[in-house]
Design a protein around this ligand. Structure first.
Ligand code: GAP
Length: 403
C-alpha cells in the first residue's frame, strides 16, 4: 500500500491537489484541485452520472441549491442530531450562515449532505414527470461539515463533494433494491479502478447508524492510515419524506396509479464521496518500479479516469520537421481526444517519467522514421513497451481503447 506522504507530495508536485489558501498558511480541511485534479474529478463524476443516471430510465438528475430553508434541516433531524460529542457538550457539524442583512437576517446552514436538496424536490419530480415506483433522484454537489478534526488529506475535509441518489421504493421492496444498489456500488468501484481487494463491506451496528437509517452498509477501503469508510449505503425508510411532509405541510404521498392507494415511499440511498474516491484511486494506482534500470513512480490509472489520455512528443526538439509533424499529429488527435498533451521539454526519458507520474496511459513519439513511413511509436505506461503504428490509425486505436 502506498505511503500517504508520497501521494500527497505527488498530488501537489504534479498539480492534482493543493492545500486550500496555501499562500496564507492554508485553511484546515480545505483543498484546491489543480488542472489534473479537476480532470480526474470530472472523469469520476461523469462515469457516476452515466452509470447512475444516464444509462437508466428510472433516475432523474437534479442540481439543487446549497442554501436551503433552515426548516428543512430542522425537519431532517440535522439541527438536533447532526453532531459530534465534544467532552460533555455536543457540537453540531453544520456550518451556520446568514441570509440577508441586519435585524432581518435569517440563520441557515450550508448543506451537510446533498440528500436534503433531493428530498425537497420529490414533489417537483412527481408533479413534472409522474414517475412510477421505483424511481430515483440523483445529485452531485458540494457538502460542508465543520469537522472537529479534519485530517488524512482529502479523506476528512470541511468542504467536499458527494454523489448521492435517493431511490424511492414500495415499503415491502426495500431489501431487493438495497441489494441492487449494493451491486451497483461494487460495479462502479470496479469500473473506475479502485482496487477491489482493498474494499470491505461493513454491516453498521444499530447503535452506530445515522439517526435516519434502519440498515447501513459501509464500503470501507484500506487507506494508508487504516481501514475507513469510502461509501455508504443506507435504508432511510420513509423517515425523511414523512418528516418533510409534517414540517412543510406539503403532500408527499405517492398515489399508486393502479389501485389509487396513497403512501409515503421508502428510500434506499447510495452515497459516494468524490474526494474519497479520488484518494482511493490514487492509493490503488500508485506504483513504483524499475524501468530501463531506473527507479520510477507511476499511476496505473484506467484510461477512462486518467486526466491525460495520450502525450505526443517530437523525439528531438531542435529539428523543425519533426516538431511540426508532432504538432500536426497532436492537433488532429486533439479534435477527437481532447485530453491529450504536447510536450517537447527536456529529453524523452524525462518526458516519459512526467507522464508516468500523472498516469498517462500512452505516449506517442514522432521520430526520423515518421518522416519516411508515417509511423510513430506508442509507448505503454505500465510495461514501457513500444509498438509502431501508422499515423492514420492513431485516432481509431485510442478511441477504441479509451471507451
Ligand atoms: N447522505 C448520507 C451521508 O451523507 P455520510 O456517511 O455522512 O452519509 C456519505 O457521507 C459519504 O460522503 C461518505 O461515505 C464519504 O465518502 C463522504 N464524506 C462524508 N464526510 C466527509 C468528509 N468530511 N470529507 C470527505 N468526504 C466525506
Amino acid at each position: 500500500m502506498a505511503d500517504l506522504d508520497k501521494i500527497v507530495s505527488l498530488a501537489k508536485r504534479r498539480g492534482f491537489i493543493f492545500p486550500g489558501s496555501e499562500i496564507y498558511g492554508g485553511l484546515a480541511g480545505t483543498w484546491d484541485y489543480g488542472p489534473l485534479g479537476v480532470a480526474l474529478k470530472n472523469n469520476i463524476k461523469n462515469i457516476w452520472w452515466r452509470m447512475f443516471v444516464d444509462e437508466r430510465e428510472d433516475v432523474f438528475g437534479v442540481d439543487a441549491a446549497i442554501l436551503m430553508n433552515p426548516k428543512a434541516w430542522e425537519a431532517s433531524g440535522h439541527v438536533a442530531g447532526f453532531s459530534d460529542p465534544m467532552g460533555n457538550v455536543r457540537f453540531n457539524l453544520m456550518f451556520e450562515t446568514k441570509i440577508g442583512a441586519g435585524e432581518e437576517a435569517q440563520k441557515t446552514y450550508l448543506r451537510p449532505e446533498t440528500a436534503g436538496g433531493i428530498f425537497v424536490n420529490f414533489k417537483n419530480i412527481i408533479d413534472s414527470f409522474h414517475p412510477e415506483l421505483p424511481f430515483g433522484i440523483a445529485q452531485i454537489g458540494r457538502a460542508f461539515r465543520n469537522e472537529i478534526a479534519p485530517r488524512d488529506f482529502v479523506f476528512r475535509a470541511r468542504e467536499f463533494e458527494q454523489m448521492e441518489m435517493e431511490y424511492f421504493v414500495r415499503p415491502g421492496d426495500w431489501e431487493k433494491y438495497f441489494e441492487t444498489w449494493r451491486r451497483e456500488i461494487l460495479r462502479y468501484i470496479e469500473v473506475i479502478g479502485i482496487s477491489k481487494d482493498s474494499v470491505h463491506e461493513l454491516e453498521v451496528p444499530d447503535n452506530e447508524r445515522a439517526h435516519y437509517s434502519k440498515r447501513t452498509i459501509d464500503f470501507e477501503f484500506d487507506f494508508p492510515f487504516g481501514r475507513h469508510e469510502l461509501y455508504g449505503l443506507a435504508y432511510r425508510t420513509d423517515f425523511d419524506l414523512s418528516a418533510h411532509e409534517k414540517a412543510s405541510g406539503a403532500d408527499l404521498h405517492y398515489s399508486d396509479p393502479e389501485t389509487g392507494e396513497k403512501f409515503i415511499p421508502h428510500v434506499i440511498e447510495p452515497s459516494l464521496g468524490v474526494d474519497r474516491t479520488i484518494l482511493a484511486i490514487l492509493c490503488s494506482s500508485y506504483a513504483e518500479d524499475k524501468l530501463g534500470g531506473e527507479k520510477r513512480v507511476f499511476l496505473k490509472l484506467k484510461p477512462q479516469v486518467a486526466p491525460i489520455k495520450v502525450a505526443v512528443f517530437p523525439l528531438v526538439s531542435n529539428k523543425e520537421n519533426i516538431v511540426s509533424k508532432a504538432r500536426e499529429i497532436y492537433s488532429s488527435l486533439k479534435l477527437h481526444i481532447p485530453h491529450i498533451q504536447f510536450d517537447d521539454n527536456g529529453n524523452i526519458g524525462k518526458r516519459y517519467r512526467r507522464q508516468d507520474e500523472i498516469g498517462t496511459p500512452w505516449c506517442v513519439t514522432v521520430d526520423y522514421q515518421t518522416l519516411e513511413d508515417q509511423t510513430v511509436t506508442i509507448r505503454d505506461r505500465d510495461t514501457g513497451e513500444q509498438v509502431r503504428k501508422k499515423e492514420t490509425e492513431l485516432e481509431k486505436y485510442f478511441t477504441d481503447v479509451i471507451s
